[in-house]
Design a protein around this ligand. Structure first.
Ligand SMILES: Nc1ncnc2c1ncn2[C@@H]1O[C@H](COP(=O)(O)OP(=O)(O)OP(=O)(O)O)[C@@H](O)[C@H]1O
Ligand SMILES: [Mg+2]
Length: 374
C-alpha cells in the first residue's frame, strides 16, 4: 500500500511529468496572470492552453496523472478567474466555471481511455508470453519424441546383438581362466592370458551397457527428495573428480517447497552420474576444472517444476554436435559407447522430464538441465 503510494508520488514528479505537465502548467499560469485585462482574446487562449498539459499527464499517467494536473490547473486558475487578487481574467463567469469543470472531465475521460488501453496491452503481452512458453515446451517435447523414436528401433537390434555377444563371452572367459590356472605364474603366456581376460571383461561391460540401453527396466517411481539424489551423485563422483583435478561444487537448494518428485532413485542417480562423468571426462584433457550441481524450483507457464543443473567448465560442444550427442552410439571418445546420454535421455522420458543442454556464454563450459514436474 505504502509502496504503491510512493510509486505514484515518484511517477507524478518524474522528469517526464515535470517537463510535459507541471512546468507548462506554471508557464501558462504566469502568462495568464501577467496578461493585462483588456487583452480578452489572450485570456481566452491561455485558459484553453491548460488542456495540453492535462492531456499529456493523462497520456503518461492515466486517470491519476490527468486528475492531478487538472485539479492543480483548476486551483491555480481559480483566483485569476474569480478574484482580483493579482489580476483578473475578463471572461464570462459561467464560461470560466464551465472551463474549470471541463479540465477535470477531460482529464478523467482521457485517463480512463489510456488506462484501458494499457490494461489491454498488458493482457496481450501476458498472452504472448504464455504462448511463447507453450511453444518452447512443445519444441522441447518434439525433440524428445524424435530422440525416443530413434531409440525404439535401434533398441531392438542392439538387444539382440548384445545378448548374442554376452553368452559366448561368458564361455570364453571361463575357458581362459582355466587355461590361466595351468600356466605357471612366471611364464610369458600368463601375461597374455591376463590381458585376454581383462579385454573379455571390458567387452562384457560394454555388452551389459548395450543391454541396459536396449532393455530398460521400467522406472519404479516413488516420492523422493532430489537433494538426496544430488548428494549421492556428488559423493559417487568425488574420487574420480579429484583424480582428474576437478573440484565438485553443489549450491544449496533455497526454495520453500521441498524438492520432492515422483522418481526412481537408482535411475535418477544413473542419469546424473552419466552427465557428471561426461563433464569430468570433458575437463580432464585441460587438467581439470569445476563441476557444479544446482537445484531450483521454477515456474513453466502455470506449472511448477524442479530443475537440476549440472555444469562443467570444459570446452563448448560444437553447434553441429549439440543435438547429436543424445543419439545412440554418437561418441567422440576412444573407447566410448556413445550410449550414456541415450540412456540419460530415456530415463528423463520415463520421468516425464525434459532434458536439455546448452553451451554457457563466452565458452565458459557446458550445462545440462533436467526439468522434472513437481
Ligand atoms: N559435458 C560434456 N562436454 C562436452 N562434450 C560432451 C559432454 N557430455 C557429452 N559430450 C559429448 O557427447 C558425446 C556422447 O556422450 P555419451 O555419454 O552418450 O557417450 P560417451 O561418453 O562418448 O560414451 P560412454 O558414455 O559410453 O562412455 C560424447 O562423446 C561427447 O562428445
Ligand atoms: Mg558418457
Amino acid at each position: 500500500m505504502i509502496k504503491g503510494v510512493l510509486r505514484d508520488v515518484r511517477f507524478l514528479f518524474s522528469a517526464r511529468m515535470v517537463l510535459t505537465a507541471w512546468l507548462p502548467c506554471l508557464f501558462i499560469t504566469v502568462l495568464h496572470y501577467r496578461t493585462p485585462s483588456h487583452h480578452g482574446w489572450v485570456h481566452d487562449v491561455a485558459r484553453r492552453l491548460y488542456y495540453l498539459p492535462i492531456l499529456f499527464a493523462a497520456f503518461s499517467g492515466g486517470v491519476r496523472g490527468g486528475i492531478s494536473v487538472s485539479v492543480f490547473a483548476s486551483l491555480i486558475y481559480f483566483p485569476h478567474a474569480f478574484t482580483s487578487l493579482v489580476s483578473r481574467d475578463p471572461g464570462d463567469a459561467l464560461e470560466k466555471g464551465l472551463e474549470i469543470l471541463l479540465y477535470n472531465i477531460v482529464a478523467v475521460v482521457a485517463g480512463l481511455l489510456v488506462d484501458r488501453e494499457r490494461r489491454e496491452r498488458e493482457k496481450q503481452e501476458q498472452l504472448a508470453r504464455k504462448l511463447s512458453d507453450a511453444l518452447e515446451e512443445q519444441q522441447r517435447i518434439e525433440s524428445q519424441l524424435i530422440r525416443a523414436g530413434r531409440l525404439g528401433a535401434l533398441g531392438e537390434m542392439t538387444a539382440g546383438i548384445a545378448h548374442e555377444i554376452k553368452n559366448p563371452l561368458h564361455a570364453m572367459k571361463g575357458t581362459a581362466e582355466i587355461l590361466r590356472d595351468v600356466v605357471p605364474a612366471d611364464a610369458p603366456e600368463r601375461r597374455m592370458l591376463d590381458l585376454h581376460i581383462e579385454e573379455i571383461d571390458r567387452l562384457a561391460q560394454t555388452a551389459e551397457r548395450f543391454l541396459t540401453f536396449a532393455r530398460p527396466t521400467p522406472a519404479d517411481r516413488r516420492p523422493l527428495d532430489l537433494r538426496e539424489v544430488v548428494g549421492r551423485v556428488v559423493s559417487l563422483v568425488e574420487t574420480q573428480a579429484r583424480k582428474e583435478g576437478v573440484s565438485v561444487a553443489s549450491s544449496p537448494y533455497v526454495g520453500e517447497k521441498p524438492p520432492v518428485v515422483a522418481g526412481d532413485t537408482d535411475q535418477l542417480t544413473q542419469l546424473l552420474l552419466n552427465i557428471a562423468i561426461n563433464g569430468i571426462q570433458a575437463m580432464a584433457p585441460r587438467g581439470g576444472g569445476t563441476l557444479t550441481f544446482s537445484l531450483v524450483r521454477e515456474s513453466l507457464g502455470e506449472k511448477g517444476i524442479f530443475v537440476v543443473r549440472v555444469a562443467n567448465s570444459g570446452p563448448s560442444i560444437p553447434a553441429d554436435q549439440l543435438e547429436r550427442i543424445f543419439d545412440p552410439f554418437f561418441t567422440t571418445k576412444d573407447g566410448g559407447t556413445g550410449l550414456g546420454l541415450s540412456i540419460v535421455s530415456r530415463i528423463a522420458d520415463q520421468h516425464d522430464g525434459v532434458l536439455s543442454v546448452r553451451n554457457l556464454p563466452n565458452g565458459k563450459g557446458v550445462e545440462f538441465s533436467l526439468a522434472l514436474p513437481s
